[in-house]
Design a binder for this molecule. Sequence first.
Ligand SMILES: Cc1cc2nc3c(=O)[nH]c(=O)nc-3n(C[C@H](O)[C@H](O)[C@H](O)COP(=O)(O)OP(=O)(O)OC[C@H]3O[C@@H](n4cnc5c(N)ncnc54)[C@H](O)[C@@H]3O)c2cc1C
Length: 423
Amino acid sequence: MRAKLIILGGGASGLMAACAAARILKTPQSVLVLEGNGKCGRKLLATGNGRCNLTNLRDMRADRFYGDGAALAPLLSAYPPERVRALFREMSLETAADREGRVYPRSMQSSSVLSVLLREAARWGVSFRCGASVSSVSREKKGFRFLCADGEVYESDACILAVGGAASPKLSLGGGYPLVKALGHTVTPLFPALTGLLCETSRKALRPLAGVRAAADVTLLANGKRAAFSKAGEKSEVIFSENGVSGISVFDLTAKAYRELSCGSSCALRLDLLPGLHAERVADFLQKTQARYGDSPAGELLMGMLPAQIGWALVRALGTDPDAPAASLSEERLQNLAALTKGWEIPVTGTRGFENAQITAGGVPMSELDPLTMRSAVVPGLYLSGELLNVHGPCGGYNLHLAWATGHAAGTAAARTLLGGRA
Ligand SMILES: Cc1cc2nc3c(=O)[nH]c(=O)nc-3n(C[C@H](O)[C@H](O)[C@H](O)COP(=O)(O)OP(=O)(O)OC[C@H]3O[C@@H](n4cnc5c(N)ncnc54)[C@H](O)[C@@H]3O)c2cc1C
């Protein structure tokens, strides 16, 4: 089967690209989406805990992105968050922002976002082949040739590679990197980002905390020095597990932690579990509580300020038996306990792998494509979009924003070029 434009990957960026291109090309069936999974948009459905945080109204600037983020400046000026909302409004999807600027579909269901994209694609006559896992793409004289794992062959004049990355392979097929490399592009080293950190050595301390959440300012230390920082926000918190720490505040530090650990640095997280409170105020609180409830266990001293399990764990981390009477703690120990609430250091031994990551750090360098049209500078007629690129953003809608912007830019440029105009 032949189409004018084949989009490889029916995820967020591929679907947006398909809608943008088909709307311009107008002729039904001129755009074909090949998706390896049985259905399109499986990862999209899982986003934002099933609610799909699709963009962010705050700080959508190039310096918020990692990797080749600096190269995104022209694209982000062309696609500010309001434009992304407008693109969805044109598909009859209303969105709503929370107080931190995170934008969700008004229905609060990611399935609404996927459904409107599929409906818009149908409106403009986009064809789909799901279950079409492409094992090779080659540039031929007259365009592109796609060979599927089941032997099926497809051809097109132009191609958009929207194959995603290596993160969460259960939701997205992955495996696009060999395809893009075979076409002549390079791929920077890949590592999992926006995932939890493993803290093996403190396992004993962490086990009782499994499942506990807390708002905390989090600093990543590499060889004892501050390497990255994540401020506690209304929705960002740390979540303890029996062998590590995760949560939005930690996710934003994992790419940096991975890089530091790979270079042999010794890493630790420093948690300020009472952001906004001075250590003296905490010490004062502890002294008063000790005076009132000296017979109670020391583990309960922080009960009125922090989740009970954390208070207990901090006393244990101090080297004090939490079952001992609170009155047995010396003034110095109380001061140390107050300091610990403001700077609990937990050694980091690794990051959770791609299986649990939300996004891939690394990918095709932005220098190998035009940053406004996503057109490959290496292969004529090829466009690249989404997670495949060497850019990723923090939690909060930045990565989907990138998928929409790069997908829309690629789809628009590919269609205009196919019509003979300049994209
Ligand atoms: C649990 C989770 C929650 C997330 N929540 C958010 C959030 O709330 N906000 C946010 O901004 N970001 C979020 N993200 C990140 C976001 O999902 C990605 O940034 C986005 O999906 C990337 O879009 P994409 O189109 O590049 O890749 P994908 O959405 O992964 O789509 C790529 C598609 O290509 C297909 N494919 C790959 N290789 C082949 C092949 N060889 N042949 C055929 N098909 C192929 C895949 O099956 C897939 O469907 C989350 C990610 C996860 C895992």
